[in-house]
Design a protein around this ligand. Structure first.
Ligand SMILES: *Cc1c(COP(=O)(O)O)cnc(C)c1O
Length: 388
């Protein structure tokens, strides 16, 4: 129930990768035949990924994952266009990789505007129109939120930004491999993706950089990746990422409706079997595998630990913010009251999730919530033995 955090490597992916860690271990920068073979393999993986996203192969830069891709997009673009302007627009519901990259820039001579979102987590397009200025170089938006699953109107955002001459970076880490994505159709300029979110290996990702868009590298040191990311490429990782995306796209036609059905069943069951529960995120414009709820009068961490004892892995808030007592910045930006945000849980379904799993999770959650509420002095319809 935590597939938004990560996924296992698919058996077919592991099988495709293995030879490139053993027999075919050449360095793609070497001139000899072992190197040339590795280079060919790397470029074939790039081509596969590009084709599946309707990009050109030369528009894909391999990175170490989503965090690096977003850092490269945001900082690399800011540095390249700093003479044109120093204003960046982003949203208040970004992943920390983007948020912290923008924060870093705003401490170093750039100015940032954080767009508000509505109760469902959707970006306010009017706020975007009003925020755009002549010196705005970049609009960076999370495509679908990793915590609440809300999918942003990327096409509209791109149209509005382009009209004002600003570039658009999209953090599509939760979307690539989950839903069909065409960079051509969306007309975005930069797009982050990460293999371990779609049954590929960890530490492997990519950044789409539209032809003609300039960025400067974060890592210097050689001609690799068209000088945008120095270092010997992860050939096996690239092969794995390409295979994983291929499988994901192949299965999407069946998997999207299957997951959507399980998701909707789970939302329906949780909200009908447990009182004082609300769904977070947009009901329809939502990732097919995301269920995020706030359960009033109960702590998220307490539910998480009790679920864990039953063998169920979930997130409270986001993986990065659990462990701290601060409620998630995403839920706060959506205007969810502090105490209610504290009782939030994220369930994210995956390839192996069955209807029986959903039933087990819902009944376990119902039991746990009932037990915890019995101990809660705040729960209004509790046993209240004290009153008589
Ligand atoms: C997981 C995730 C990232 C970070 O990707 P890594 O490959 O783990 O660095 C960035 N953005 C979103 C939306 C994510 O879900």
């Amino acid at each position: 129930m935590d597939y938004a955090a990560t996924t296992p490597v698919a058996p077919e992916v592991l099988e495709a990768m293995a030879p490139y860690m053993t027999e075919h271990f050449g360095n793609p920068s070497s001139i000899h035949s072992f190197g040339r073979e590795a280079k060919q393999t790397l470029e074939k993986a790039r081509e596969t990924i590009a084709t599946l996203l309707e990009a050109r192969p030369e528009e894909i830069v391999f990175t170490s994952g989503g965090s690096e891709s977003s850092n490269l997009a945001i900082k690399g673009c800011a540095e390249a266009y700093s003479r044109k302007g120093r204003h960046i627009i982003t949203t208040s519901v970004e992943h920390h990789a983007s948020l912290d990259a923008v924060k870093h820039l705003s401490k170093n001579g750039f100015e940032a505007t954080y767009l508000p979102v509505d109760r469902d987590g959707l970006v306010d397009l009017n706020a975007l129109k009003n925020a755009l200025r002549d010196d705005t170089i970049l609009v960076s938006v999370i495509h679908a939120n990793n915590e609440v699953g809300t999918i942003q109107p990327v096409k509209e955002i791109v149209e509005i930004a382009h009209e004002k001459g600003a570039l658009v970076h999209v953090d599509s880490v939760q979307v690539v491999g989950s839903l069909p994505v065409s960079v051509r159709d969306l007309d975005i300029d930069l797009m982050s993706m990460s293999a371990h979110k779609f049954y590929g290996p960890k530490g492997m990702g990519g950044l789409y950089v539209k032809r003609g868009v300039r960025i400067l590298p974060l890592i210097h040191g050689g001609p690799h990746e068209k000088k945008l990311r120095a270092g010997t490429q992860n050939v096996a990782g690239a092969v794995g990422m390409a295979k994983a995306l291929e499988l994901a796209v192949e299965r999407m036609g069946d998997e999207v409706p299957r997951l959507t059905g399980l998701r909707d069943k789970m939302i329906e069951e949780i909200t009908s079997r447990i009182d004082h529960v609300r769904l977070n995120g947009h009901r329809i414009k939502r990732l097919p595998n995301n269920v995020n709820v706030s359960v009033e009068y109960v702590e998220g961490e307490a539910m998480l630990l009790n679920l864990d004892l039953k063998g169920i892995a979930v997130s409270s808030g986001s993986a990065c913010s659990s462990g701290s007592l601060e409620p998630s910045h995403v839920l706060m930006a959506m205007g969810i009251p502090y105490e209610i945000a504290h009782g939030s849980l994220r369930f994210t379904l995956g390839r192996s999730t069955t209807e029986a799993d959903v039933e087990y999770v819902v009944s376990s959650l119902a039991d746990i919530v009932a037990k915890l509420r019995e101990m809660s002095p705040l729960y209004p319809s509790g046993p209240c033995k004290c009153k008589d």
